[in-house]
Design a protein around this ligand. Structure first.
Ligand code: ATP
Ligand code: MG
Length: 783
């Protein structure tokens, strides 16, 4: 690439990479990837991801071994195609990025995915489920209710292996079986309730043909793709926040333990949304398929192909992505920000010419019919350091913009009107002498005269008209079709309305006008981006324009000069908003980084060994193990407790959740109790001597004054009532005391169980064994 594209170095992802490099986390490697699914053309939202991923490769090249992969995530056979692959490659290249040798297809990894799936089955971490799709959904439970295990969950490894093999062999129809991870049907995170890994799909894949009839799910395939390619930082959009749990689970269970600190990590950032348009391949496809637009490269679309055809330079898109930045807060960016970036880019690159888009004929009566006066007019405004000029023919017949003439001009209208003098851009002063109207009173032609002494745009007597207008020779001008491209929708959020988004398509998103342009455009390369003075930036439509039939797309309008004052006020407001945002951004950036950090990565080498021991050898949950290992004193305390009572996860839970809370404002040395006491308490809870509520009370006493946990239990009467007959008594008493509630329960109002539990707890001063009490209550209430 010629010039280095700007990238947004100022964001939390860069902070994370900086920290990783400082810690040597990935051995000085930074590998990112852009992983589109070839099921549509890329849009400007994808550009944000492309600029981020390839920008990182570029920005860290001097400090790390960097690479950025282009990977086609093609694991869904039905919607993918080679046409999309080609269009995506072209779009990435057009944006100015190069994947070099790092071009990959997930469909090349199918054999490896299959092998990993077999590994999971062999480890007892995956099973073949034969419930229907609907049953699976139902068994999964809800956010408030745990799921239930599928009746097929405990199939033997051999049976699972055999079924999975037959799934692959094509022995079953679609939907007959799926492969699921065996994680936790009661997890508070719905996504962890045995997510699907594979489904049967007898479909033709655009690359693999009919080789496969089982296809991996995104949650299974994606982390493995990253791992296979040695990606270090896997960047995706925020909607995958929750999926990170599965991502980590898959890697943890598929990769050997010693590779854990090196494995890829997923980080999420907010997706780009732009107002007055849509950012979804599916919806864009709908517009293309229904003919609402002319194709994926229709200049009205936010696709990269559409923006390219419209004439937007890739550098403007990169600058826009830079302006938008990378954060974790969802927002919709104003389309004016994009327009601003485009204007900013084109201002110094687009030579000025004159074109009239809504022509009104002017006959200059004091100029001869065969006069052709070639004026030298600068291509560039004064503030741009370039003195190129072009020759513009001045003739008796001219065209001006219809809107630059008024029969009855308002006070602040300084352009042409009967009897008024204006300056013709780059030439003479012109005075309107007559307006010719048709039968309806519409102006069809003007008569005018010029002052021959004003050829260089100044008058010997020093007078200066207040208005300057653009114009084109009627005899030498070149007719053009001008396509005025505007926003695609009439509302800022078309996909957040009550009606379908297609109802809000802007019928004026493309207005076609027959205009005329000065002949000098023919001397410039056809792909030159031009500024039509006072109108906007244009270029020739690369598909429809021909030398004898020029078609120009408007890339972006210039700001309406009449709106300049409003604009200034708006800018000021924007600036204030930007400053406030910046302050907020700095705060958020820190939070974003912390929230996403894998605690394991921050550990020192020695701490990592402790972590690995707790987690892999002793089976402590990953996050708990990481927290324990991160603090040497806490880890020592934990291990001493473990020596006294060998219950790794239960102890870890107490240390991480309860002890660490206390340690926020006290040190371990200040505590009036030690590891033995904590171990004794955890043992009392595990042995059902005390229930969880009682255990917490004992803990509070330990924190305040220390002591022997069992003595505390007795002193406070916390000994759990496990004895059935004692519980029975309490349960009977409670039910007898609340006959109405009991009747309602029996009539089906089963959520009253909670109420009864509360009463039993009260009756027993909180000492009842809750499981026993609940079971007894259920029994008695059913009678
Ligand atoms: P769409 O919803 O438009 O189909 P997608 O996310 O399904 O988009 P993919 O092909 O899966 O499309 O996207 C490839 C990459 O681009 C992913 O990493 C995705 O997170 C990113 N991406 C997609 N849309 C946006 C967006 N609007 N802003 C930023 N990144 C995006
Ligand atoms: Mg997608």
């Amino acid at each position: 690439m010629s010039a280095s594209p700007p990238s947004d170095r100022d964001n939390f992802i860069y902070d994370i990479i900086d920290e990783d490099l400082a810690n040597g986390t990935h051995d000085g490697r930074v590998a990112t990837r852009f992983p589109p699914e070839p099921n549509g053309y890329l849009h400007i939202g994808h550009a944000k991801s492309i600029c981020l991923n390839f920008g990182i490769k570029h920005d860290y090249a001097d400090r790390a071994r960097t690479q950025c992969h282009l990977r086609f995530d093609d694991t869904n056979p039905e919607t993918e195609s080679m046409e999309y692959v080609a269009s995506i490659k072209e779009a990435v290249r057009w944006l100015g990025y190069d994947w070099g040798e790092h071009l990959y297809f997930a469909s090349d990894y199918f054999e490896q995915f299959y092998a990993y799936a077999c590994t999971l089955i062999a480890q007892g971490d995956a099973y073949v489920d034969s419930l229907s799709e609907e049953e699976i959904r139902e068994y999964r439970g809800t956010v408030n209710e745990p799921g239930r295990p599928s009746p097929y969950r405990d199939r033997s490894v051999e049976e699972n292996m055999e079924l999975f093999r037959r799934m692959r062999a094509g022995d079953f129809p679609d939907g007959a079986h799926v492969l699921r991870a065996k994680i936790d049907m009661a997890s508070p995170h719905m996504i962890m309730r045995d997510p699907l890994l594979y489904r049967i799909k007898h479909a033709h894949h655009y690359r693999n043909g009919d080789d496969w009839c089982i296809y991996p799910m995104y949650d299974f395939a994606h982390p493995l793709e990253d791992a296979i390619e040695g990606i270090t930082h896997s960047l995706c959009t925020l909607e995958f926040d929750n999926n990170r749990r599965v991502y980590d689970w898959v890697l943890e269970h598929c990769l050997p333990a010693e590779e854990v600190p090196q494995r890829p990590h997923q980080y999420e950032f907010a997706r780009l949304n732009v107002d007055y348009t849509i950012m979804s391949k599916r919806k864009l496809l709908h517009l293309v398929e229904t003919g609402a637009v002319d194709g994926w490269d229709d200049p009205r679309l936010p696709t990269l192909a559409g923006l390219r055809r419209r004439g937007v330079p890739p550098s403007a898109i990169r600058a826009f992505c830079h302006d938008v930045g990378v954060t974790r807060s969802e927002s919709r960016v104003e389309i004016s920000l994009l327009e601003h970036a485009i204007r900013d880019d084109l201002n110094t690159r687009a030579p000025r010419v004159m074109a009239v888009l809504d022509p009104l004929k002017v006959v200059v009566t004091n100029v001869d019919e065969d006069t052709v006066d070639w004026l030298e007019v600068p291509h560039w405004p004064r503030e741009i350091d370039n003195d190129e000029t072009r020759a513009v023919p001045f003739t008796r017949e001219l065209y001006i913009e219809r809107d630059d003439f008024r029969m009855d001009p308002p006070d602040d209208f300084y352009r042409l009107a009967p009897g008024r003098e204006v300056r013709l851009r780059g030439g003479y002063f012109l005075t309107c002498t007559e307006a010719i109207t048709d039968d309806d009173g519409a102006v069809v032609e003007l008569r005018a005269t010029i002052d021959p002494a004003t050829r260089d745009s100044t008058a010997p007597d020093g007078r200066s008209p207040r208005g300057t207008i653009h114009w084109v020779s009627g005899t030498h001008g070149v007719p053009i079709e001008a396509r005025l491209i505007d926003r695609l929708f009439t509302v800022p959020a078309p996909d957040a309305q009550d009606a379908p988004f297609t109802e809000f398509l802007n019928p004026e998103a493309r207005v076609v006008q027959a205009g005329i342009v000065e002949p000098s455009v023919r001397d410039l390369p056809a792909d030159t981006r031009l500024q039509f003075e006072r109108q906007g930036y244009f270029w020739q439509d690369p598909v429809d324009s021909a030398p004898d039939a020029l078609v120009f797309n408007r890339i972006v309008p210039l700001r309406d000069p009449w709106a300049a004052r409003e604009e200034a006020a708006r800018k000021e407001a924007l600036e204030a908003k930007r400053k406030a945002k910046e302050a907020e951004k700095a705060k958020q950036r820190k939070r974003s980084m912390e929230a996403q950090r894998d605690p394991v990565e921050r550990l020192t080498e020695a701490q990592r060994q402790r972590f690995a021991h707790y987690h892999f050898t002793r089976g402590v949950a990953r996050e708990d193990a990481a927290v324990l290992a991160a603090d040497d004193a806490v880890a020592d305390f934990y291990e001493a407790a473990l020596d006294a009572y060998d219950a790794p996860q239960a102890l870890a839970h107490w240390v991480v959740n309860d002890l660490m809370r206390v340690l926020k404002d006290r040190s371990l040395a200040e505590l009036p109790f030690g590891p033995e006491e904590l171990a004794a308490l955890v043992r009392l809870a595990a042995d059902d001597v005390v229930n969880s509520r009682g255990a917490r009370e004992v803990f509070d006493v330990l924190v305040d004054a220390g002591g022997d946990p069992e003595a505390i239990v007795d002193a406070r009467g916390l000994r759990q009532i496990n004895d059935r007959s004692a519980l029975q008594e309490a349960v009977t008493a409670v039910i007898d005391a609340h006959p109405d509630e009991a009747a309602r329960y029996r009539a089906g109002e089963t959520k009253l169980l909670g109420f009864f539990m509360g009463q039993v707890m009260r009756e027993t001063q909180g000492a009842a064994n809750p499981e026993e009490a609940r079971a007894l209550l259920r029994d008695r209430l059913q009678e």
